[in-house]
Design a protein around this ligand. Structure first.
Ligand code: PLP
Length: 348
């Protein structure tokens, strides 16, 4: 029970906290990786922790179906479909993106999991039309918000932060800085609340991967817009959890966020991001994704290289999953082009 809410135990927790010896030697800082990419359904990822709480809420409300939304390549949609499949619920994903012309990456897995994906012209009307369709067919629909980021969803990362604090203290790195991706914010805000709740000495740095302002290239505007969105989300959480929030005392000053690594758009193909994807694969055999974790690791790498992270200090990279993203067409073509020299056909 966490702040009055229960969950269904889907995952084998805790996920490992691993020391990355080769990267640490190379960068001169002690780098650890929290392996939430190793969560155990449908290639894993951060959304599964949120879905433990959503599933319980859905079951309590007598739901027969989960409906969620996101980009065409939503990792959250794929993992919602995975949980639905495993726990005997129907599922559908709604996206306002266009059909990309091929069924690859998360879309391929959505289909394998038996989950229809609706490509709609307008999210508001499209989402309602899909909900109405299934309701009229007798389903009791439970709607999971985009990215699983509401008060219920963030509980998964409150719990993760407490789990990580315990692991970090046991490993003698209770003062580390955690680098975590900020997308729809639930992971970051949940972790910040969790760290406050257990009075942790861990610090949290959020690396934003999608622009919150209208001008994607304007770093200052993105930072201001994200701060505002985080304050609003936090206020909602305090209202929702009532007296449980008395311990938190979070103010705008607590939000340590970086919008420098968005590279102008969400889920775009970025050479610097692919470079660190290759780096981490070749140093530690850990695969990160081009949309989320790649940008976050790029921030960690870049800051370490520039001396913005003190030599010898402890840093935890939150690996939140996203593996299928490497098979998305616009990323895959760039990866294939750059990796072609590794293919030796007709040489011997
Ligand atoms: C792989 C991966 N990492 C990080 C995130 C960001 O998490 P949040 O949306 O809770 O900010 C997402 C969200 O979709 C994701 O799929």
């Amino acid at each position: 029970m966490l702040f009055g809410h229960d969950k269904v135990e889907i995952l084998h927790l805790p996920t490992p906290l691993e020391h990355l010896a080769n990267v640490s030697d190379d960068l001169g800082i002690n780098v650890y990786c929290k392996r939430d990419d190793l969560t155990n359904l449908a290639t894993g990822g951060n959304k599964l922790r949120k879905l433990e709480y959503f599933l319980k809420d859905a079951q309590d409300k007598g739901a027969t179906m989960l409906i969620t939304e996101g980009g065409a390549q939503t990792n959250h949609g794929r993992l919602t479909a995975a949980v639905a499949a495993k726990y005997g619920l129907k599922c559908a994903i709604v996206t306002a993106d266009e059909f990309p012309g091929e069924i690859s990456a998360n879309l391929l897995l959505d289909g394998m999991l038996g989950c229809p994906v609706y490509f709609v012209k307008d999210m508001e009307t499209g989402r309602q039309a899909v909900i109405d369709k299934y309701t009229s067919e007798g389903e009791k629909v439970y709607y999971v918000p985009m990215g699983g980021s509401n008060e219920i969803g963030m509980l998964g990362y409150v719990e993760c932060a407490m789990e990580l604090d315990k692991q970090a203290r046991e490993m003698g790195i209770g003062d580390a800085s955690i680098y975590v991706t900020v997308g729809s914010m639930g992971t970051y805000l949940g972790m910040l609340v969790g760290l406050k709740e257990c009075k942790s000495d861990l610090k949290l740095v959020g690396i934003n991967v999608l622009p919150y302002s209208d001008d994607a290239a304007d770093e200052e505007a993105n930072t201001a817009a994200l701060l505002e969105a985080l304050c609003e989300y936090y206020k909602k959480a305090c209202d929702f959890f009532g007296s449980y929030s008395d311990n938190w005392g979070i103010t705008a000053d607590d939000f340590d966020i970086v919008t420098h690594y968005i590279h102008g758009a969400y889920n775009n193909a970025v050479e610097e991001v692919r470079d660190v994807m290759y780096y981490l694969a070749r140093k530690e055999a850990i695969i990160i994704d081009p949309c989320y974790t790649g940008k976050t690791f790029e921030a960690l790498y870049d800051k370490a290289r520039k001396g913005d992270i003190e030599k010898g200090s402890n840093v935890i990279f939150m690996h939140t999953g996203g593996l299928p993203g490497i098979y998305t067409k616009h990323h895959r073509v760039e990866l294939e082009r750059e990796l072609m020299p590794f293919m030796h056909a007709d040489e011997f």
